[in-house]
Design a protein around this ligand. Structure first.
Ligand code: SPV
Ligand code: MG
Length: 558
């Protein structure tokens, strides 16, 4: 609700006095932050913080079972959610003269515009439950409470409404008028005259006798069928619609709960209740996302990954008839799950997988799947292009057929460089045809590199054009950070223009970045990872994965 918060919680903006004048105004009951916001959105000018409704939403009775501090805490949520003036139904003031003194100060501190106190005895009962049996407060004692409250307020706009219960308790019109006058003289800003009759007769009589000595407030819960113009003509200042939102909530919740319980499905109710997005809107979720971008440290943004998983796996046809390579089970779980779990361990929770071959067989739990529809005739770069425009924040781009020790990814995402890659210094020679992506770097891994930066010069499968052996093998992990993301997106867009774009792999992207003057930082490792390129790799990957599993799992798995 941030953007709607008033600059200060107080005073003129939340002035109840504006509601207590010659013009008939209305306040609507609210009982928590959400309902307070809904009252504001409906267009009301003020809120009645009903004791009945607040008690009910806590699931307790309107007998001061909720403590006054719990009520004040609830009001704080309401004041945060809505900048309307809130008039608290303060029951009897929660004690003797001293309690209203403290209450008024606490209410002012929380931006509450006013309080209504009633001349009954603490603890009170709702006026509609055996009202005539309820003892009234002594007039003088109640005058003392009003005066104590008024003397305690710092904000001149804070209002104290005195509620006369003489008609409810069956003490008659004269007593009601006598009390109202006494309370007016004690400093009350308005008189609330309450009635439990189904017709407005005694309210109208009271208003006539009162003859405009001060603002009058009414609660027409029982005489609800009275045309509102009758109140206007009687000179009423404020009508309180006292409990209609808690009742609306109760009836719709009852109906929806029953329907879901009985039907054991959500299908019948989904279109008839607020969408989840509507709840997000009411919570100002967008404001949070915008603030995140401003205030969240950049390290928290190292949180996305793109996994390239469109291929069936050349050399693995025998075991990929019904699934892509990333869904091959390694030590009991799909290759992709090992990757996603590894990302999660580094706080990367937003993983997009670019599928292609048998993308339908990808387990989508907790990930987003983007499909490269032209996977059969395109390479890795075309797959990356399917996801690259959606990237936000720092991103790890990964081959889909990787297993690695956790520290490799941890160190990679810790890099401050716009681009960084992992190079395995133990693989400088092709051992078989499936080994590719050799890396030429600005320096070899001399195992003593602290403080020395090594950058990538070229990634290629073709060593013939180089005059010296490669320094290692790029394992298929690229970290893109900060401003690097946009530069990567632009580079992919540029490469799209090339006629051979469909045939390009990720090395072409790395080389194009280097040619464009980008520095790609190298993080050397020495083994501790596996690619799954053929059946032999697949067999060995199981052993590697078992060795990464926690001890308990390894024991069970044998
Ligand atoms: C309330 O809303 O809690 C009130 C009004 O006090 S009434 O329930 O009519 O007493
Ligand atoms: Mg009440």
């Amino acid at each position: 609700m941030q953007e709607t918060l008033p600059t200060c919680r107080c005073r003129a903006a939340r002035n109840c006095g504006r509601l207590l004048n010659d013009q008939l105004e209305f306040v609507m009951e609210a009982h928590n932050g959400l309902s307070a916001r809904l009252v504001r959105e409906a267009g009301f000018k003020g809120i009645w913080a009903s004791g009945l409704a607040i008690s009910a939403q806590y699931g307790v009775r309107d007998n001061n079972e909720a403590s006054w501090t719990q009520i004040v805490d609830t009001l704080e949520f309401m004041a945060d959610a809505s900048d309307l003036p809130i008039l608290l139904d303060g029951d009897t003031g929660y004690g003797d003269f001293n309690n209203p003194r403290r209450l008024v100060r606490k209410l002012e501190q929380r931006g509450i515009a006013g309080v209504c106190i009633e001349d009954k005895q603490f603890p009170k009962t709702n006026s509609f439950i055996g009202g005539e049996r309820q003892p009234l407060a002594d007039i003088d004692e109640f005058r003392g409470k009003i005066k104590a409250g008024k003397d305690s307020q710092h904000d001149e706009h804070f209002s104290i409404v005195a509620r006369v219960e003489a008609l409810i308790a069956g003490w008659g019109m004269d007593e009601a008028l006598k009390r109202a006058e006494a309370y007016r003289l004690a400093g009350a800003d308005a008189i609330l005259i309450h009635s439990k009759l189904s017709k407005p007769d005694e309210i109208l009589t009271f208003a006539r006798e009162w003859a405009g000595r001060g603002p009058l407030v009414i609660v027409p819960t029982k005489y609800y069928s009275t045309p509102t113009d009758v109140f206007r003509k009687a000179g009423i200042s404020l009508v309180i619609w006292a409990n209609h939102l808690i009742r609306a909530a109760a009836s719709s919740v009852q109906a929806v709960a029953k329907e879901i319980h009985d039907s054991q499905t959500l299908v019948a109710v989904e279109d008839r209740i607020a969408r989840v997005d509507e709840i997000f809107r009411l919570q100002d979720a967008d404001e949070y996302s915008a603030a995140e971008e401003i205030y969240l440290s950049t390290s928290r943004w190292s949180n996305a990954a793109v996994v390239l998983a469109a291929s069936r796996g050349a050399g693995l046809e025998a075991i990929t008839a019904d699934r892509p390579k990333v869904m091959l089970p390694i030590a009991g779980k799909p290759l992709l799950r090992w990757l996603v779990d590894a990302f999660k361990k580094q706080g990367i929770n937003d993983t997009a997988v670019v599928g292609g071959y048998r993308a339908d067989a990808i387990d989508t739990a907790g990930i987003k799947v983007v499909v490269n529809q032209r996977h059969a005739e395109t390479g890795e770069l075309a797959s990356l292009a399917c996801a690259v425009d959606g990237l936000q924040g720092d991103t790890v781009i990964s081959y889909g057929d990787l297993l690695f020790r956790n520290y490799i990814l941890r160190d990679l995402v810790a890099s401050e460089a716009a681009f960084s890659v992992v190079v395995d210094a133990s693989q400088t020679q092709p051992v078989n045809a499936s080994v590719s992506d050799f890396a030429w770097c600005s320096g070899a891994d001399d195992r003593d590199l602290f403080g020395r930066k090594v950058v990538l010069r070229r990634v290629s499968n073709d060593s013939a054009h180089e005059d010296h052996a490669p320094q290692g093998r790029w394992i298929g992990l690229l970290n893109v950070r900060g401003a690097g993301r946009e530069r990567l997106q632009k580079m992919v867009a540029t490469l799209r223009m090339r006629p051979d774009f469909d045939a390009l792999g990720l090395p072409a992207l790395l080389n194009a970045l280097i040619d464009a003057g980008e520095e790609i930082e190298v993080q050397y490792v020495y083994g501790h990872w596996r690619g799954v390129n053929d059946l032999e790799d697949f067999r060995r990957a199981g052993d590697f994965a078992h060795a990464q599993a926690p001890f308990a799992i390894r024991t069970v798995a044998g």
